[in-house]
Write a protein that binds this ligand. Structure first.
Ligand SMILES: N[C@@H](CCC(=O)N[C@@H](CS)C(=O)NCC(=O)O)C(=O)O
Length: 208
């Protein structure tokens, strides 16, 4: 039995989507990060940086933090979306999401969506970087169907929930033809819709 301790955010959705994609049943434990639950000593013992998501694989008595490491773990365990022969490519696109795409778009959310008017510098900087990321992803997806090549992998699962916040970004996703094609195609996957709705059954991936 896998337990997922998480909140309804892009990083959280990566794992609910992966669990749906590989068809694992899981126990959901909600962590209210807006009320500081992530700082409770019992949670910090599991997640040293006080971040969601984490999973506990109760069969193996194993706790895993960091969404990229969790996706790798589940990909290896299930044998799905993390092909052995394509790991070098998958790892690169996954690490780029973890180290660049997520953290930069996360800052854009902070300045532009949650705290508008507080810092022109912050708003302009992260708007520009997010737009650049859209273009960079679009360039890649002009050449390949998915980020790591012709197959849907954990690199797409890690990146898609961030683009699913495109209405907050105000960049104009529809102007990025290849990124739009990729986003729409993944949005229609049954497991993605289920994983997206894991905390709010009424919600649907935003259309372009
Ligand atoms: N690199 C981490 C980032 C996780 C992360 O930033 N989680 C946020 C929510 S999306 C969080 O737990 N924030 C609470 C806090 O920092 O206090 C991962 O991908 O797992």
């Amino acid at each position: 039995m896998i337990e997922l301790l998480t909140a309804d955010t892009p990083n959280g959705k990566k794992i609910s989507i992966m669990l749906e994609e590989i068809g694992y049943q899981y126990k959901l434990t909600k962590i209210d990060i807006s009320n500081g639950e992530q700082f409770k000593p019992e949670f910090v013992k599991l997640s040293p940086f006080s971040k969601i998501p984490i999973i506990i694989d109760h069969d193996k008595n194993e706790t895993i933090f960091e969404s990229g490491a969790i996706l790798i773990y589940l990909g290896e365990k299930s044998g799905k979306f993390y092909d052995n022969e394509n790991r070098l490519k998958i790892n690169q696109w996954l690490m780029a999401q973890m180290g660049y795409v997520g953290p930069m778009i996360g800052q854009h959310h902070q300045f532009y969506h949650y705290n508008p008017g507080k810092s022109d510098f912050g708003e302009e900087r992260y708007f520009k970087i997010t737009k650049r990321i859209y273009q960079e992803l679009d360039n890649r997806l002009k050449e390949y169907k998915f980020l790591a090549g012709e197959k849907y992998t954990i690199a797409d699962i890690a990146t898609w929930p961030w683009i699913a916040r495109h209405e907050w970004h105000d960049i104009g996703l529809k102007n990025f033809k290849n990124l739009s094609r990729w986003y729409s195609e993944i949005s229609t996957r049954e497991a993605v819709i289920k994983g997206y709705q894991f905390m709010n059954k009424e919600s649907l991936p935003p259309q372009i």
